[in-house]
Every structure is written in structure tokens, then in C-alpha cells.
Design a protein around this ligand. Structure first.
Ligand code: COA
Length: 360
């Protein structure tokens, strides 16, 4: 991925392209076999229903911000750009380290991206990276986000899902992992880009409540209670409520049905928008949730296995990080050559979904 010098193309861009990728995963890797120490499960159950073999989980010494920073540094190095050239920072995450500031702002501080450019997080769960690319595409085309001398956007997908996992409950905790990956994106008059995003509000299929569900009366004004989340006021019963509500919960079968429906529809949508039939596209990079979801749609569409890149066996479901993590691994394996065309398709909590067509 060579950094190109033609600055004029930015003014007339109507596509975007990824010119650098980087990833960072926690050092600690737990196999399915390792999980047997903590719950009644088996490698056979997890592997046969999901394809997952291991996941990387943050320990107390690592945070989402650390992973996002490392992935961003590597992506910038891969693209050959300096912090001063970044004009926009977006992080797709649903497991932010702080309520404020955003992970994007924390990364901006860590890397030394000069002030004066927008930096913010988005939460579209596992579809976040696709949503983010659509935002970058729109903002760059509007020439609102980047100063002319800073034409690169840093798009991060990062999650520390272990913060939300209940390891005493086997049906959800075995599926997820932590990680981050980042892409350097720039406007392009040569590379085509198409995108589609959507959601259907559903709070019961896949959710984790925040502490906001357990509000404590702090003040009373005209008979109405103003509530607070001040941790100093937390009682034991309140803490138990937070513990219970804060975990990720899922109706697995409902999510499975949703995932196969929107994945199949989004492949058609991308083929229609890009005018590249699925049979001719080089790769389809699906959100890495479950190999059974991907296999189901692949067989339904009669597409070959080689078209669907998968690394979920190593990382599990890393939500917003999953698609850029797949792209970064593909780059490391030499699969992203000039001219390679890809559909990326995400789906997840919200319920959200979306697809994009990328040219390398
Ligand atoms: N190890 C062993 N047994 C487990 C288990 C685990 N980790 N988790 C659940 N089980 C047990 C259950 O207790 C249940 O046992 P019971 O029948 O005795 O009550 C049984 O396995 C359920 O099995 P099954 O009905 O075969 O589950 P499933 O085929 O619906 O598979 C999922 C479960 C979660 C793998 C599946 O629903 C799925 O993939 N859903 C989509 C999940 C997803 O991708 N979400 C993220 C989208 S972004």
C-alpha cells in the first residue's frame, strides 16, 4: 500500500481508499480448552457451533485505549503518514474506556495528532467500522472534516468486550474477545467506494445496560427526583444490580436468524450498488461472529469458501474491531493487492447492519 503524492485528487474525490492498516490484540490468549477451568463447556461445543478456537483478552495492564493507540500507530506507519497529516479521527466502539472523553480523543492525545481536527467515537456495535467508513466518505466529500493539508482520516475499530462478559454464564462469554485495528483512509478520484447502513431498533436481542438503569436519587426539585450515578453513593444492592445489568446478554437464536437474513441481503445490496456480482468480487469480509452464520449464507448463495476470509477462530467476535482486524490480517498475508475488490459486511447489536465496497 503505497502512499500516493497526488494532492490534487483530493479536491475532486468521490471515492475513498484504505492506504494503511494496523492491528493490536492483547497478549493473553485463552483457548476453548482454557475456558473449561472457569465454566462447564467444551472445545467441541464452541468449535462446532461457532468456529472459534481462541480469543485474546485484556489483563489489568492493558486497556482499549492502549490497543487502539498501538493499532493506529501501526496503520500510520503502514501508510507512511505523520500525525500532523491526520485530519479526522473516528473510533467505532461499544466498550469505551471513559464515558468522556472518547477513545478517539485519547488516541489523538497519545499519538500527538495536533489539535483542530475532529475526533469522536461512534457506537453501531459490530457494524461500527462500516458506519465509520460511510461517515468518512460523506465528511471528506463535503470537505468539512479535513483541512486541505490534512487529508487522511484515522478510522479505528476497537473493543474490550471482556469488560462486559459474565464468565459465570457460558452461552455468551465464550463468543467474544478483545482487540483493535485501524485504517488510514483518504479520498480518491480513482478508487470507487459504495456503502449502505441500516438499523432496526431492538433492545432485547443483544444488549448490555449501563449503570444508567440503576439511578440513585440525588436531589428533589418540585416533587421530581434528579438522579445521580455518583459511585460514592453506591450501595451493595445497587452494585449487585450494576453487575447483573452491565453484562452482555443475547438471544442467540434470534441474532442468528437476523444475521443470516441481513448478511445475504447486504451481499446483494453491495453487488447492486457496485455493479460487481458476488461471483466476481475477490473477497467478502463478514463481521467475524460465527463461522456457521457465514457458511449458511455462503451455501445459500452458492459462493466458494475461499471468497470468505475468516480469522474468528483466533480472535472470536471482537465486535467493532472485527472487520478492520480481518483486513489487517489479510494485508499481512499479502491478500490485498492493487486492484483487489472487497465487500465488507457488518451486523450486530442495535440491531444494526451495513456493507461497503472497497477497492485496493
Ligand atoms: N458450552 C457448552 N454448552 C453450552 C454453552 C457452552 N459454552 N452455551 C450454551 N450451552 C448449552 C445450553 O445450556 C443449552 O443446553 P440445554 O439444551 O441442555 O439447555 C444448549 O447448549 C443450547 O445449545 P443449542 O440450542 O444447540 O445452541 P445454539 O445452536 O442456539 O447455539 C449459539 C448457540 C449462541 C452458538 C447460536 O445461537 C449463535 O451462533 N447465535 C448467534 C450468536 C452471534 O453470532 N452473536 C453475535 C452477533 S454480532
Amino acid at each position: 500500500m503505497e502512499k500516493k503524492k497526488d494532492r490534487k485528487s483530493y479536491r475532486h474525490m468521490n471515492g475513498i481508499e484504505i492506504i494503511g492498516l494496523g492491528k493490536a490484540v492483547p497478549e493473553t490468549r485463552l483457548t476453548n480448552e482454557d475456558l473449561r477451568q472457569y465454566m462447564d463447556t467444551s472445545d467441541e461445543w464452541i468449535r462446532s457451533r461457532t468456529g472459534i478456537v481462541s480469543r485474546h483478552l485484556c489483563t489489568g495492564e492493558e486497556s482499549l485505549t492502549d490497543l487502539a493507540t498501538e493499532a493506529s500507530r501501526k496503520a500510520m506507519e503502514d501508510a507512511g503518514i505523520a500525525p500532523e497529516e491526520v485530519g479526522l479521527v473516528i473510533c467505532a466502539t461499544c466498550t469505551t474506556d471513559y464515558m468522556v472523553p472518547s477513545v478517539a480523543c485519547a488516541v489523538q492525545e497519545n499519538i500527538g495528532i495536533p489539535g483542530g481536527v475532529p475526533a469522536f467515537d461512534i457506537n453501531a456495535a459490530c457494524s461500527g467500522f462500516v458506519y465509520g467508513l460511510q461517515l468518512i466518505y460523506s465528511l471528506m466529500n463535503a470537505e468539512a472534516a479535513c483541512r486541505s493539508e490534512r487529508k487522511y482520516a484515522l478510522m479505528i475499530g476497537g473493543e474490550q468486550l471482556s469488560k462486559m462478559l459474565d464468565f459465570s454464564e457460558r452461552s455468551v462469554s465464550v463468543l467474544f474477545g478483545d482487540g483493535a485495528a485501524a485504517a488510514i483512509v483518504r479520498g480518491s478520484s480513482q478508487k470507487r467506494f459504495f456503502c449502505h447502513t441500516a438499523a432496526e431498533g431492538d433492545r432485547s436481542a443483544l444488549y448490555a445496560h449501563t449503570v444508567g438503569r440503576n439511578q440513585i436519587p440525588a436531589m428533589e426539585y418540585k416533587g421530581k427526583r434528579i438522579v445521580s450515578e455518583n459511585p460514592l453513593q453506591i450501595t451493595e444492592a445497587y452494585a449487585a444490580g450494576i453487575m447483573k445489568d452491565g453484562y452482555l446478554r443475547m438471544d442467540g437464536r434470534k441474532v442468528f436468524r437476523f444475521a443470516v437474513r441481513v448478511l445475504a441481503a447486504e451481499i446483494d445490496q453491495m453487488a447492486e450498488q457496485s455493479k460487481v456480482p458476488a461471483e466476481e468480487i475477490d473477497y467478502i469480509v463478514c463481521h467475524q461472529a460465527n463461522s456457521r452464520i457465514i457458511d449458511y449464507v455462503r451455501k445459500q448463495k452458492n459462493l466458494p469458501e475461499e471468497k470468505f476470509f475468516m480469522n474468528l477462530q483466533e480472535y472470536g467476535n471482537t465486535s467493532g474491531a472485527s472487520i478492520p482486524l480481518a483486513l489487517a490480517d489479510m494485508k499481512d498475508r499479502g491478500m490485498l493487492k492493487p486492484g483487489t475488490r472487497i465487500f465488507c459486511i457488518g451486523f450486530g447489536a442495535g440491531l444494526t447492519w451495513g456493507g461497503c465496497y472497497l477497492e485496493f
